[in-house]
Design a protein around this ligand. Structure first.
Ligand code: SAT
Ligand code: MN
Length: 581
């Protein structure tokens, strides 16, 4: 297939081969035969295990190295010429130094291995907003996963043509030792070098590395947005469909929200899935904001997925799925904590399950094509993307942050996004459950200085007066006994309904210094076992109670020094005055 490749691409592949010394080179064409061959080879080598083929046809289990189960943010670097450009939100390394370190780590690393050349397209092949990349990897698991997660192979190579602006991603599992693990990004060169990990976000370079870190940098130059957001369409009983884009940190329910099934009494309501993780957003010629999902598959968190929390996901996972680090039942079916039925007999490491630790790793995952999702919509293939009516930010906040509120205007919405925080999850290595600031859910993924990123967000108001309304939600509030105050999952449609009524100016709301909150009774709670008082507590904003939070947000924003946009600071200060009143 290499004959269709550009000279530039062939040259790069040859240079990498000279450095990494693979035994053979395979150009991926993205065909079914190729996928099947990759699977057979991984079954033979033990990288994949066959699951019960009667109940789960073409489903396989991958067990990763136990030290390689999540993104490793402390080993992830943005290598811009100036440290200032990467910002305090990123680990930085001088590009020449990073390249030299990568050269040392990649030297001879593919000896005896196959080097896969994986051309891929992020976004529909016929969209002007899509972007191509090529990942070179020595992992068959990565090559097979890229087939599921992106438009991969011959078609992508054709679209790429002679374009020299494709993203070059070099990946090797190396020796999987944490001390030799590095994930380097060179946004100025549209290049990624990742070594030492076979885990999703570190290794499937089209995803976080390209579609967020490199793309966010490129999006600033080209006046669009690359965001850590699900995209979903909400259809009401009148048959109107409104699309939302919603940013939540990893493992906070984006996949569940994108595939939401409304409760029984919500007849005529339906949620359509466009994407569950990443949104590329552009202003249309009509001034509206349009969003497209650059991915073609889901790399979702398995634990907690059940017919109650996400029946669409359960339905899509019973064939043609790669599971990573889940447990297994006596019937050889995949199992994770929260699943409706079954008993694990083997844990994610392949050891007999003894009940002392979870059977599935808390960050165990499924990799599956979007087309398998019952709520997937053709609109996801629209080259223009879908028109966004509301942008939603949210995080895991056990206290203070209300169920939902609406920003007063775009600039305030940018502040709402910038001041997001969330409890950490198992999606990244480190302590789980501490609240950290995570602006726009992009803390691990913004490829440049957050101050400049907020400025870029703010700039959209100069270009359009038809921008979507901005909201903040919190499904994770707890009462004094530690119980969740809001049922979440399918019942989140009740909040989305209010959001869309507000976005379409179909209902009024109560103004507070921090934004608009629902008028009592305007979020439908029929059929829910939730007291009026609890609902009031859940939705209310008492400005004086926000002193500490606002103080922390202020300290955080100020840490961006001269990069902090004056407009954002002004928004912050005006609310500060009202809180201190
Ligand atoms: O591992 S990924 O980065 O792909 C998923 C996530 O953490 O959001
Ligand atoms: Mn994510």
């Amino acid at each position: 297939m290499s004959h269709t490749a550009s000279e530039d691409l062939k040259q790069w592949v040859a240079n990498v081969a000279r450095l990494a010394l693979p035994e053979r080179i395979h150009w991926c064409d993205g065909s079914e035969e190729e996928y099947n061959a990759l699977v057979s080879q991984m079954l033979a080598s033990g990288q994949l295990h066959e699951l019960n083929q009667e109940q789960f046809p073409r489903c396989y289990l991958h067990r990763s190295d136990p030290s390689d189960v999540a993104r490793t943010e402390h080993l992830t670097f943005v290598c811009t010429k100036s440290k200032d450009e990467a910002g305090p939100n990123n680990n930085w390394k001088e590009p020449a130094e990073a390249h030299a370190e990568a050269d040392r780590l990649f030297a001879g690393v593919m000896k005896g291995r196959t080097m896969y050349v994986v051309p891929y397209c992020m976004g529909p092949l016929d969209s002007p907003h899509s972007r191509c990349g090529v990942e070179i990897t020595d992992s068959a698991y990565v090559a097979a996963s890229m087939k599921i997660m992106t438009r991969m192979g011959k078609k992508a190579l054709l679209r790429l043509g002679n374009d020299k602006t494709f993203v070059k991603g070099l990946h090797s599992i190396g020796d999987l030792k944490v001390e030799h693990r590095r994930i380097f990004h060179f946004p100025e060169e549209k290049m990624i070098k990742s070594i030492g990990s076979g885990y999703g976000g570190n290794a499937l370079l089209g995803k976080k590395c390209h579609a967020l870190r490199i793309a966010s940098y490129q999006a600033r130059q080209e006046a669009w947005l690359a965001e850590h957001m699900l995209i979903a369409g909400i259809e009401n009983p009148q048959g109107e469909i409104f699309y939302i884009a919603a940013a939540f940190p990893s493992a906070c329910g984006k996949t569940n929200l994108a595939m939401l099934i409304p409760p029984e009494q919500y007849k005529g309501w339906k949620v359509w899935t466009v994407g569950d993780d990443i949104a590329w957003m552009h202003l249309g010629e009509d001034g509206y904001l349009y969003a497209m999902n650059p991915e073609a598959g889901f790399f979702g968190v398995a634990p907690g997925t059940s017919s109650k929390t996400n029946a669409n996901a359960v339905a899509m996972l019973n064939h043609d799925t790669i599971f990573t680090n889940v447990g297994v039942t006596a019937d050889n079916t995949p199992w994770w904590e929260g699943l409706d039925e079954g008993q694990p007999v083997v844990d994610w490491k392949g050891d007999p399950f003894d009940g002392t630790t979870p059977a599935a790793h808390p960050n165990s995952r499924f990799t599956v094509s979007s087309r398998q999702c019952p709520s997937y919509t053709k609109a996801a293939e629209d080259p223009r993307g879908v028109r966004i009516s509301a942008i939603i930010f949210g995080g895991r906040r056990p206290s203070l942050i209300p169920l939902v509120y609406e920003a007063k205007n775009w600039a305030h919405g940018v502040l709402v996004g910038a001041s997001m925080a969330s409890q950490t999850t198992a999606a990244a290595t480190g302590v789980v459950g501490i609240v950290r600031r995570d602006p726009m859910a992009m803390k691990p993924f913004c490829g440049y200085n957050f101050g400049d990123y907020w400025d870029h967000w703010l700039s959209f108001a100069k270009k359009s007066d038809k921008l979507p309304k901005v909201f903040h939600v919190n499904w994770f509030r707890r009462d004094e006994k530690g119980n969740f105050m809001w049922p979440g999952y399918g019942d989140n449609i009740r909040v989305l309904r209010w959001i869309l009524d507000r976005a379409n100016r179909r209902c009024d709301a109560v103004e507070t210094p921090l934004g608009f909150i629902p008028r009592p009774g305007s979020i439908d709670t029929t059929g829910l076992n939730i007291a009026e008082k609890a609902m009031h507590d859940l939705c209310d904003i008492t400005p004086s109670g926000w002193k500490e939070e606002w103080d922390e947000i202020g300290k955080f924003l100020n840490s961006f020094g001269t990069h902090l946009p004056a407009q954002l600071k002004a928004q912050y200060d005006s609310i500060l005055k009202q809180i201190n009143r």
